[in-house]
Design a protein around this ligand. Structure first.
Ligand SMILES: *Cc1c(COP(=O)(O)O)cnc(C)c1O
Length: 428
């Protein structure tokens, strides 16, 4: 494949935009090649500015569950676009959106809309701190909750591959209000509760983590986490920005049947436009202004254009869709496993529904951050490039997941599996 136009576009963008990109992982740094610039998408495919075609295995990091340029989403957006995009004042569609979220997500009785996942998590911990009158936040190594200062400590994906475990610019005073525990280790959590008695406002977790590659929580772990939070009067926050509406209508909390106090949402909820949300029990959410003392606001929050895109997607989430996603993802998973066996590659696969990561590691399991960092990043980089050259667009980092969409054809699935085999052979 030729990438001349993308290469030139990257030369120019680097003079204008820091690193040439508006979000670090897009620069392809950890896979040692230049990024591809996209022109348009249609269904399961994306097309770059050199005219190359790819099967998209990222779905814009999750949102595009119905693929690119989805007709139904577009027509809903158009309907609202014609009437004006924002009023900075309430609209009825915001209540429609809230109703849908409350219907789907078990823990949510009231919900506030924001414009990104980062905003949702930042607001959620402010609310938790205000509500509990405590200062500390406990997070897990390798979990990512957006780029808020309090979260840029052992933060997974971007920071992990770039070797920036802590970002300069985050003050020491902010960093010391975040304590870290090990994912899937309840002992490490109770240790922090013992060390910091009556100080931890909230525990925040990706119940199915997607930012150190795909790593699921163990069921017992989440149940015990819920108990520990109750015993210590700390709130439990599930960051379901990735898992929400993707693993099931109600997210990971529905699958695990563990109910958090606050849930943060993003990605799919915007149907491809910038949206985030956080919600929970009414008495906690009513602690927000204008009812309560904790302040949080947004000029474009809940704007009807974004709500229309998101609602169009949420309204079409049903059992049939999740069955289809499972079927497609299972085929790809099984195909990859067979390829791993046949080529004798040292790799394992973690998958939860339509989120999946192939880890190049000698480990038998990847259950936490320390397991994830045993991966052979050079091998992943070669694998990524080889797949790209065959027209398969994978996450440009070992520590991200594939996000499979519901519009893959049988041919797409076949091509993904065959290309995977060729790539594994080529990097042996
Ligand atoms: C993507 C992500 C975020 C941040 O959302 P943005 O919309 O990128 O700000 C937060 N938490 C999780 C779990 C995410 O995957």
């Amino acid at each position: 494949m030729k990438y001349n136009n993308s290469t030139n576009a990257f030369v120019e963008s680097q003079e204008l935009i820091p690193g040439g990109v508006n979000s670090p992982v897009r620069a392809f740094k950890s896979v040692n090649c230049n990024p591809v610039f996209f022109d348009y998408g249609k269904g399961s495919k994306v097309y770059d500015i050199d005219g190359n075609e790819y099967i998209d295995c990222i779905s814009s990091w999750g949102p595009l569950i119905f693929g690119h340029a989805d007709k139904k989403t577009q027509s809903k957006i158009n309907e609202y676009l014609k009437r004006g995009t924002t009023y900075g004042a309430p609209t009825v569609i915001e209540s429609e959106m809230a109703k849908k979220i409350i219907e789907f997500v078990p823990s949510i009785e009231k919900v506030r809309m924001v414009n990104s996942g980062t905003e949702a998590t930042m607001s959620a911990i402010r609310l938790a701190r205000g509500y509990t009158s405590k200062n500390l936040i406990l997070k897990f190594a390798g979990n990512y909750h957006g780029h808020g200062d309090s979260f840029l400590i052992k933060a997974g994906s971007g920071a992990m591959t770039l070797g920036l475990p802590d970002s300069p610019g985050v003050t020491r005073n902010t960093a010391k209000d975040t304590v870290i525990a090990e994912f899937n280790s309840i002992e490490s959590v109770s240790e922090q509760f013992k060390k910091n008695p009556d100080k931890i406002a909230a525990v925040i977790i990706e119940p199915v983590a997607g930012n150190m590659g795909l790593v699921e929580s163990k069921k017992d772990f989440l149940v015990e986490l819920r108990n520990l939070c109750d015993q210590n009067n700390s709130l439990l926050i599930f960051d379901e920005v990735m898992s929400g509406f993707r693993l099931s209508k109600g997210g990971a909390q529905e699958l695990y049947n563990v109910i958090p106090d606050i849930t943060t949402l993003g990605k799919i909820i915007g149907g491809g436009l910038p949206v985030g949300a956080y919600g929970g029990k009414s008495d906690i959410m009513d602690y927000l202004a204008p009812n309560g003392p904790v302040y949080q606001a947004g000029t474009l929050s809940g704007n009807p254009l974004a709500m229309s895109a998101g609602l169009s997607v949420l309204n079409r989430l049903d059992e049939k869709l999740f069955d289809r996603l499972e079927l497609i993802s299972k085929k790809i998973h099984e195909g990859f496993l067979q390829n791993i066996n046949e080529t004798g590659t040292n790799a394992i696969i973690n998958r939860a529904g339509s989120m999946m990561t192939m880890f190049f590691t000698n480990n038998k399991k990847v259950e936490n951050y320390n397991d994830a960092i045993t991966c052979d990043l050079k091998k992943y980089a070669k694998y990524f490039k080889s797949m790209l050259d065959q027209g398969i667009y994978l996450p440009p980092s070992q520590f991200e997941c594939m996000f499979i969409s519901s519009v893959y054809s049988e041919n797409d699935i076949k091509k993904i599996i065959q290309s995977n085999k060729k790539s594994l052979v080529s990097i042996l």
